[in-house]
Design a protein around this ligand. Structure first.
Ligand code: RFL
Ligand code: PHB
Length: 394
């Protein structure tokens, strides 16, 4: 089999790239190790930066998002029994974020790319490795129905997430990795109850971090910081709600509506960057190249900015025979990646229980007091949260 751009992974990175290229007449084939139902069912991100929302509109999959997504003009931060609000538009030249689940984005992309446009996605077809990426015709070796097959391409996009094979196809002496594992995780619940506040609430408490998020006016997503060795089986719904309320200021806690879980899961927190993001004709994008802890809501948004740069670079090649944007892809994408890695690390360290030393929490409260009380502090937080701008090219 042969295609122009072979894509490994049908998460948001892979699907968005395929969709944008299809709209410009460029052929793709996506290879995905899991089933369509599995990919569709994963519950993950919820906050979309304006840059990503604009890219989804460019991909002509923004209609339902614009109808059903919630525009948020700020976030709340709870600490020391206080609730402070950071307003986005007044600190960022009018920018806002969109609350719209990754599950819905994946659904919209699948409908547009596969069901309506007839785009090719092979599910349950895991890639095994990428070969010949230093030549003019790289190949993806994959498995389907127990058979080994190969997809010959002009370019390969490794959109196969943190555990994928694209990055692992490169010899370790050609790649530098930077990693930090945090000694805690997030226990999350999804429940059909109205959110406690109209906007997200990030909580720093001496018992640990908590987050009140949502998917709609009637579906909430809440998280509490937990130990890395904790298990979902250790938690009843009541125990979760009690722990969440313990960490909220009393006047907020008493307004939490509780209900049965639709889903409960634990996610570990990591920071990870692989450099470079380009190896000959193999390009990494999204979680395949970098991971952030979810605190800053940046993972999915970074995947989108990678796809923005990669798509423009591929278009410049196919339409104008230009290779300069492909050559600059890694450097350009990584500049934005590192700023989000920094923000996510800083915001995680600011809000989580890091150790048992009471002074650590006092220092965090002092920083939160400074940040929320100063125009400069609020601006720094707001600018990073709504998303730093994408670079443009002539
Ligand atoms: P994905 O979504 O992991 O998709 C990769 C796909 O590749 C497939 N795959 C393979 N296919 C073929 N052959 C192989 N050998 C393969 N190996 C893997 C996988 O099955 C999968 O379908 O990566 P992608 O597309 O780069 O997208 C990244 C985002 O999913 C991720 O960054 C976000 O979910 C992170 N994230 C958040 N990001 C935000 O921007 N805002 C948020 O509010 C936010 N909240 C979150 C999050 C992630 C979380 N978890 C569970 C890690 C909240 C949580 C709890
Ligand atoms: C979510 O709604 O899942 C969510 C929101 C904000 C974050 C992380 C996760 O920072």
């Amino acid at each position: 089999m042969r295609t122009q751009v072979g894509i490994i992974g049908s998460g948001p990175s892979g699907l968005l790239l395929a969709r944008l290229l299809h709209l410009q007449g460029i052929d793709t084939v996506i290879l995905e190790s899991r089933s369509r139902e599995y990919v569709q069912g994963r519950i993950r991100a919820g906050v979309i930066e304006q840059g990503m929302a604009d890219l989804l509109r460019e991909a002509k999959v923004g209609e339902r998002m614009d109808r059903e997504g919630l525009i948020h003009e700020g976030i709340n931060i709870a600490f020391a029994n206080r609730l402070e609000r950071i307003d986005f538009p007044s600190h960022t030249d009018g920018k806002v974020v969109m609350v719209y689940g990754q599950t819905e984005i994946t659904h919209d992309l699948m409908k547009a790319h596969i069901d309506e446009a007839g785009g090719i996605v092979h599910y349950e077809a895991p890639a095994v490795r990428v070969e010949d990426y230093d030549t003019g015709s790289p190949r993806i070796i994959y498995e389907q129905n127990g058979q080994r097959k190969e997809l010959i391409c002009d370019f390969v996009a490794g959109c196969d997430g943190f555990h994928g094979v694209a990055r692992q196809s490169v010899p370790s002496d050609k790649i530098s990795v930077f990693a930090r594992n945090y000694p805690f995780g997030w226990l999350g619940i999804l429940s059909d109850v109205p959110p406690v506040r109209e906007e997200l609430v990030y909580v720093s408490h001496e018992c640990g971090f908590a987050l009140c998020s949502m998917r709609s006016h009637i579906r909430s997503r809440y998280y509490v910081q937990c130990d890395l060795d904790d298990r979902v089986e250790n938690w009843t719904d009541d125990a979760f709600w009690d722990e969440l309320r313990r960490r909220l200021p009393p006047h907020v806690a008493e307004t939490v509506t509780t209900g049965p879980r639709l889903e409960m899961s634990i996610a570990p927190l990591h920071s990870f960057v692989a450099e470079p993001m380009r190896f000959g004709r193999l390009f990494l994008a999204g979680d395949a190249g970098h991971i952030v802890p979810p605190t800053g809501a940046k993972g999915l948004n970074l995947a989108a900015s990678d796809i923005y740069y990669l798509c423009r670079a591929l278009l410049a090649y196919y339409k104008d025979k230009r290779t300069d944007l492909l050559d600059r892809y890694s450097e350009t994408a990584l500049r934005r990646v590192w700023k989000a890695i920094r923000f996510s690390w800083w915001y995680t360290s600011l809000l989580h229980k890091l150790d048992d030393d009471p002074m650590t929490h006092r220092l965090q409260i002092a920083e939160l007091d400074y940040l929320t009380g100063s125009v400069a502090g609020r601006t720094t937080l707001a600018e990073n949260y709504v998303g730093l701008p994408y670079e443009t090219f002539e």
